[in-house]
Design a protein around this ligand. Structure first.
Ligand code: FAD
Ligand code: SIN
Length: 532
């Protein structure tokens, strides 16, 4: 059994930022960061385009960034949260610059600002086209240098511990569910350990792996959202899955390689296989419309023409700009025989970002006491029905700071729980055949991709729910009788997330933002969160 003051689940931008601030403020308090893979294997590491923040106050303003966010969010953003993130954002970005994050500058020495879909101004700070790698490296180096932070690498958090584990019946209506820590599977020695904590921060990232084609790495299996739902905590707006319009078309390659939207911000345009521009048919902002619109337009264009991809033409971008700003994409394309200075890039939408998640308030509190949620696993109210590009790194920084402020005030009044039982593995045996798990993961991804993708309908969602139910029952039987493995835990979590996305989509009798259904193609009168 381990006992810590602060437990952070996840080593991406959200978890690391909170941990760093806390460790510095309280040198004598203990902080544990648990991560199920290598420390840096996170969605954060793969972020390309950058981090949006109002920087050039002569051309840009908080009001414009707020408006762009609200427009993208299609009526479901919480205005107070949008204001908080936009107004507190620049200071938080300055903070990571002070910690060593290096963002590109112009020849004149000013920060070079990029533009992406839905932004009315240039406001995206970036490190070439590998911004996330730069941020992750900076934060990780700093966290690893602090003696009161301990990393539990290759440790898989199975569940959060609540009164349920003390034998009390907890329901979704219980007002006082408390988090005492977590049960965690040590992947190296396969033991299940208990970690008790005063304060726990869920920072487990997204869930792109619920779909066949995604830009997200393998770790993005929605574990935090599923754990909180299982613990009877509140989860919201899960139907709003953002499909990035332009991932590199490479059949059979997973995860999909992202072609950053910043390329369109720099002048790249979408064309069909005849070389014709098509975005003007869908939106006046053309290739730089918000992502939901561009992804749906590409999906429609592919269906109309019976083709598997469209093209992204980078030739309008000046050679120097293309090579200096996007070297990673240039090299990647070159490695598969494409010279993007003249060849168009075949692109296709791929699942990219989960706008919904663990519901929080303005200080990151989840509905479970002593449990905060930060980063992509959360639903703070910033993104509404569709996230504005490059707002998620910003959200993670702002909320990590707010959680830090709140947790500082509360930590002294919170005691560690005692008499927490060890994990009970009675009645379980090693799995006979892993295919029972791997095939179910494949089926789940097929169901989600074919029935709960960019365009939905009542019939497709009904089918998905029936099939998900069957997968759920089979997997629960397996869970009760089989020794736990990360693969089995991830399957359970993916099924839960798949169910929450599908159920959210089924109860939303309208089309809004990222949720489009042919049965209800328009907005309903009232914009409301969907809540579980
Ligand atoms: P992550 O960085 O994903 O970290 C999650 C952590 O949780 C990992 O350490 C993981 O191991 C751990 N974890 C998960 N489950 C468990 C478990 N059960 N037990 C233990 N540990 C667990 N956003 C932008 O704003 N700008 C961009 O330019 C941008 N580009 C992107 C490009 C790509 C290819 C992708 C995939 C995303 C991009 N995003 C971008 C989105 C952004 O990167 C993510 O939303 C953000 O990095 C999420 O950070 P996070 O800290 O919440 O989670
Ligand atoms: C991109 O670079 O296109 C991704 C940006 C984001 O997801 O915010």
């Amino acid at each position: 059994m381990h006992k810590v003051d602060f437990l952070v689940i996840g080593s991406g931008i959200a978890g690391l930022t909170f941990a760093l601030k806390t460790a510095r403020k309280f040198p004598s308090r203990t902080i544990a960061i648990i991560t199920k893979a290598e420390e840096d294997e996170t969605n954060t590491k793969y972020a390309q385009g950058g981090i949006a923040a109002v920087w050039d106050f002569e051309k840009d303003s908080y009001e414009q960034h707020i408006n762009d966010t609200l427009i993208a969010g299609d009526g479901l953003c919480k205005r107070d949260i949008v204001e908080i993130v936009v107004k507190e954002g620049p200071e938080r970005v300055r903070e990571i610059i002070n910690w060593g994050a290096d963002f590109d500058k112009t020849k004149e020495g000013e920060y070079a600002l990029g533009k992406e879909g839905g932004h009315s101004q240039f406001r995206v700070l970036h490190h070439k086209d590998v911004t996330g790698k730069e941020i992750e490296k900076t934060l990780l180096e700093e966290a690893q240098s602090l003696p009161n932070i301990t990393f539990f690498t290759h440790h898989f958090v199975i569940d959060i511990i609540t009164q349920h584990h003390l034998g009390r019946i907890v329901t979704r209506h219980s007002p006082d569910i408390q988090c005492y820590g977590v049960y965690v599977l040590n992947k190296e020695n396969k033991s299940i350990e208990t970690v008790l904590s005063r304060i726990t921060v869920m920072a487990t990232g997204g869930a792109g792996q619920v779909y066949k084609s995604t830009t997200n790495p393998l770790i993005a299996t929605g574990d935090g959202m599923a754990m909180v739902y299982r613990a009877k905590g509140r989860v919201a707006n899960m139907e709003f899955v953002q499909f990035h319009p332009t991932s590199l078309y490479q059949p059979g390659v997973s995860p999909s390689f992202l072609i950053t939207e910043a390329i369109r911000g720099a002048g790249g345009v979408l064309r069909n296989s005849n070389g014709a521009l098509f975005m003007q048919k869908y939106d006046a902002r053309e290739s730089l419309a918000p992502r939901d619109i561009v992804a749906r337009a590409i999906d429609n264009e592919m269906k109309l023409r019976g083709e598997d991809f469209v093209y992204l033409d980078c030739t309008p971008i000046a050679k120097d700009e293309l090579l200096n700003h996007f070297p990673n994409i240039y090299e990647k394309c070159k490695s598969i025989g494409l010279d993007i200075l003249k060849d168009p890039i075949p692109v296709v939408p791929a699942a990219h970002y989960m706008c919904g998640g663990i519901q929080t308030d303005a200080f990151g509190h989840s509905s479970i006491q002593y449990l905060y949620s930060c980063g992509e696993c959360s639903s703070t109210g910033l993104h509404g029905a569709n996230r504005l590009a490059s707002n998620s790194l910003l959200e993670a920084l702002v909320f990590a700071n707010r959680i830090f402020i709140d947790a500082c005030e509360k930590i002294d009044g919170i005691a560690l729980a005692d008499q927490i039982p060890d994990w009970n593995a009675e009645g379980t045996d090693d799995p006979k055949e892993m295919v029972m798990i791997t095939q179910s993961v494949r089926e789940l991804k097929e169901i989600m991709t074919n029935y709960v993708g960019i365009v939905r309908s009542n019939e497709r969602l009904d089918r998905a729910l029936t099939r998900l139910h069957l997968l759920y029952e089979e997997t629960e039987k397996l869970y009760e009788t089989t020794t736990l493995s990360p693969q089995l835990c991830e399957l359970r979590n993916l099924i839960t997330v798949g169910f929450l996305i599908t159920r959210g989509a089924a109860i939303r009798k309208e089309s809004r933002g990222l949720h489009y259904t042919t049965d209800y193609p328009h907005h309903s009168k009232w914009a409301e969160d969907s809540m579980f």
